[in-house]
Design a protein around this ligand. Structure first.
Ligand SMILES: NC(=O)C[C@H](N)C(=O)O
Length: 324
């Protein structure tokens, strides 16, 4: 029988609705108690590591989850399930994906409806995630996100709806598998990418979204030596309004790495356009094009690379998300 560690961290999956209809955290996690339902099919160990709404999750919390997984690997567990709030679930999932040190399945799940709401999806998603973690084919796939009968890769999944249970989607590429009546089935291979083990996190890595008529105001506000990195969600294939360029030059002169992704929901950033502020000019200036990641994922990747001590071409190779 497989031994699976369930790490609970909080989120709606562990919350309840009160008599006023407000969703509130519980002192005791109802999901952790319900877990006994699945015992018998797997040997389930439970660790209530945090009880945080996911907007309270920081890179330092992510690092503590990673360290708990690393300990579990040395203890010989076969897989890990992490319950997490959905708002920042994709960021924690990608952090764990990038910093993993073994090939055991790491499966994140959550809920859109709290534990006592009609049609609550928490226990169902939790059970699916456990089954996926116990499936031999889940090994070596990095961190996975299991919600609403779909299996997504941490690298590309994103939350797309504020309340719908089908909120987690993988734009452009689609999910890599499904869960059908408790059984995991895969139908896509994930191309492997590099990982970077870290023992601390350097933050002050910012994320700024571009918009029509943007100027340098927001970029000037972070032009300080404390800033360690910046991700810009550019327009279309990866372009910026010309009025941003002087402020961006200033950040580059401070040797702050700047990563460029697209603010589009689908597709990858590319240096196609040759006009003032176009992707060709931006990459010539030294911005690092990152292909296929959304802004929040690119920020996690830059933060992990910087925390792992990568600089120059090694940082560029890691963050550009190139297939290697
Ligand atoms: N569905 C959820 O879990 C949303 C909640 N606000 C959280 O991320 O903690």
């Amino acid at each position: 029988m497989k031994t699976i560690l369930a790490i609970h961290t909080g989120g709606t999956i562990s919350m309840s609705q009160n008599e006023k209809g407000e969703v509130v955290p519980n002192a005791e996690n109802p999901i952790a108690k319900e877990a006994t339902i699945i015992n018998g099919q797997v040997n389930l160990i439970t660790d209530e590591l945090f009880n945080l709404p996911s907007p309270h999750v920081t890179p330092s919390v992510m690092l503590q989850i990673k360290q708990r997984i690393d300990r579990a690997v040395t203890e010989g567990v076969d897989g890990v399930v992490i319950t997490h709030g959905t708002d920042t679930l994709e960021e924690t999932a990608y952090f764990l994906d990038l910093t993993q040190t073994s090939d055991i399945p790491i499966v994140l799940t959550g809920a859109m409806r709290s534990s006592n709401e009609i049609g609550s999806d928490g226990l169902y998603n939790f059970q699916s995630a456990i089954m996926v973690a116990a499936t031999p084919e889940s090994q070596g796939k990095g961190a996975l996100v299991v919600m609403n009968d779909e299996i997504h890769t941490a690298r590309y999944v994103t939350k797309t709806h504020t309340t719908n249970v089908a909120t987690f989607r993988t734009p452009t590429f689609g999910p890599i598998g499904v869960v059908a009546k408790g059984k995991a089935q895969y139908f896509q291979e994930l191309i492997q990418q590099g990982t970077c083990d870290i023992d601390h996190v350097d933050d002050n890595v910012f994320l700024i979204k571009a918009y029509a008529g943007m100027d340098g105001t927001l970029f000037n506000a972070i032009a300080t030596p404390e800033t360690k990195g910046l991700v810009i969600e550019g327009l279309g294939a990866g372009n910026l309004p010309p009025a941003t360029l002087p402020a961006i030059e200033k950040l580059l002169a401070l040797r702050i790495p700047i990563v460029l992704v697209s603010r589009c929901y689908n597709g990858v950033a590319q240096d196609i356009y040759d006009y003032e502020g176009g992707g060709i000019e931006l990459t010539k200036m030294g911005l690092i094009l990152c292909q296929g990641l959304n802004g929040q994922k690119a920020r996690i990747k830059l933060l992990v690379g910087l925390s792992g001590g990568l600089t120059g071409d090694r940082l560029k190779a890691f963050v550009s998300n190139a297939i290697s």
